[in-house]
Design a protein around this ligand. Structure first.
Ligand code: ZN
Length: 494
């Protein structure tokens, strides 16, 4: 028997990367704590802590030692298709990107984001855009400085996109969104006069939390490794192997928390099922934002808004909310949770209008960066475009331009990955259905593990071993393609 031995070069690289991953996980804890349990007044001090940790991590990672290790490993030769090859490739990509950025700028971006998110929180509560606008100006100035660290491209926005989605260009996004926009507008128009009513609550908070737990347990949530907390803006985090943190926001007026819980489960299960041998390396996380989002949307929409799912779960939900749902049959309920309603809030949007919310943000953030829309005119432009694309009047900035925290957090280039996630989710879904048979029948029996196992095998366990485009080709045999998604929407909504 031969035992494969690791070269000293690779062992040294892995040691540096493990330290770096630990600092990244420490940042995850800092951020989780800031969003779930930190007193509001701690924001400025926390921003300093996060900034220091970022600068330390950045400085260690961009050291000449890492550059030299990568050069030596390349010179020694390795199989580009092996796990080691993938590790060296992705480390080089991250090292080359990071090395362009001074550590002070990396730290400043985190510091400014911490303060801006706290300011945004207050501005949103008071629906006061003006108090937030200096923070947005500051974020844009930092983003321009960041982009200027990279070689000039025709579209400066490409630099930002590439961070979340390796190799994706603005031109590709424009092409896909161009194909979607007209179809989405047509579908929204077709449903404009629908009168599917929302089923009035109240839905007591503890009962909703119970519903969330029942669904998560059936999906494969293990309380030994997962937790679920309340937060105003739901997210998922993985501070380490065996530690998955989901958050949700429960409001007794509606059942959106159930869908956001399923959404965050999708992010959590992707991270949870990554092969543990990839832990503490850059391969030990999901391969891109759009692939990640494709999985959250799978569990939220393709599973959680399917007929089969509700055939299984609706009787249980009725049992939890006899007052609100006792007299509502399953069909009416499913129609209500799938109804197309042009609304103000992206996070509450249905499967059809959602894409139009994203296209608006994709356009606006490029215009903000280019300076063709000024920060002070942003609310006015936002409201006019919402009227144009969705036909809705925005009554105040809290339900308009201030609704999302992304720009406060410096996340420019991130929004498009949400809609690309929707597109990819259906490509993967079609493949799953071809291989697993009638999924709806399985869901109706409360069986979700065949789907989860298949997704783990195909997508989750690989972590970042494959580039997003490569992974998609492995699973579906195709590049990113909006047609399956459009077919899905037409079949369901046309
Ligand atoms: Zn998500």
């Amino acid at each position: 028997m031969t035992v494969a031995t690791e070269s000293p070069l690779l062992a040294r690289l892995k040691a540096v990367l493990a330290e770096n991953a630990d600092l990244y996980h420490a940042q995850q804890i800092l951020e989780w704590d800031a969003r779930v349990s930190m007193p509001h007044a701690g924001a400025a001090a926390r921003a300093d802590v996060a900034s220091t940790v970022t600068q330390l991590a950045h400085g260690r990672f961009v050291s000449d030692e890492v550059g030299k290790l990568l050069d030596d490993l390349d010179a020694a030769g390795h199989d580009p298709d092996s796990v080691e090859g993938a590790l060296i490739r992705i480390t080089r990509r991250e090292w080359e990107r990071a090395a362009r950025i001074p550590s002070e700028l990396a730290g400043e971006m985190v510091q400014v984001s911490g303060v801006a998110v706290a300011a945004w929180d207050e501005a949103k509560a008071a629906s006061d855009f003006e108090s937030f606008s200096p923070h947005l100006e500051r974020q844009l100035e930092l983003k321009r400085r960041y982009v200027a660290c990279f070689p000039e491209t025709e579209e400066p926005y490409d630099v930002l996109l590439d961070e979340y989605e390796e190799g994706l260009t603005t031109a590709q996004v424009e092409e896909i969104f161009g194909r979607l926009e007209g179809e989405l507008v047509k579908l929204v128009d077709r449903h404009r006069e629908d009168s599917v009513e929302e089923i009035a609550g109240p839905y007591p908070v503890e009962r909703q939390q119970e519903a969330g737990r029942l669904v998560l347990e059936a999906f494969g949530y293990d309380p030994e490794s997962w937790r679920l907390d309340e937060t105003p803006h739901p997210f998922a985090a993985k501070p380490g192997v065996g530690d998955i943190r989901l958050t949700t926001h429960t409001d007794e007026r509606d059942l959106t928390s159930l869908f956001s819980t399923m959404h965050e489960f999708g992010h959590g299960v992707y991270e949870f099922d990554i092969d543990p041998s990839l832990a503490r390396t850059p391969l030990g996380r999901g391969t891109s934002s759009a692939i990640h989002e494709s999985q959250s949307r799978t569990w939220e929409n393709l599973v959680g808004r399917s007929r089969g799912f509700w055939r299984w779960f609706y009787p249980q939900l009725q049992g939890l909310f006899p007052d609100a749902l006792g007299g509502v049959d399953e069909g009416s309920f499913v129609s209500s949770v799938s109804a197309v309603r042009a609304g103000l809030i992206r996070g509450d949007a249905d499967e059809v209008t959602y894409g139009l919310h994203i296209i608006l943000r994709f356009e606006l953030e490029r215009e903000l960066l280019a300076g063709t829309v000024a920060v002070r005119e942003l609310p006015e432009v936002w409201n006019a475009r919402m009227k144009e694309s969705l036909g809705v009047e925005v009554p105040d900035d809290a339900r308009g331009v201030l609704q999302d925290m992304h720009w406060a957090g410096g996340l420019f280039g991130y929004f498009p990955t949400y809609q690309l996630g929707n597109v990819i989710s259906v490509q993967v879904w079609d493949r799953a259905r071809a291989e697993l048979g009638d999924l709806e029948e399985q869901f109706a029996r409360g069986e979700f593990s065949p789907l989860r196992q298949w997704l783990s095998e195909q997508v989750y366990r690989h972590g970042s071993r494959y580039r997003p485009s490569e992974l998609l080709r492995h699973v579906t045999g195709s590049d990113i393609d909006p047609e399956p998604y459009l077919r899905y929407l037409h079949a369901k909504f046309a």
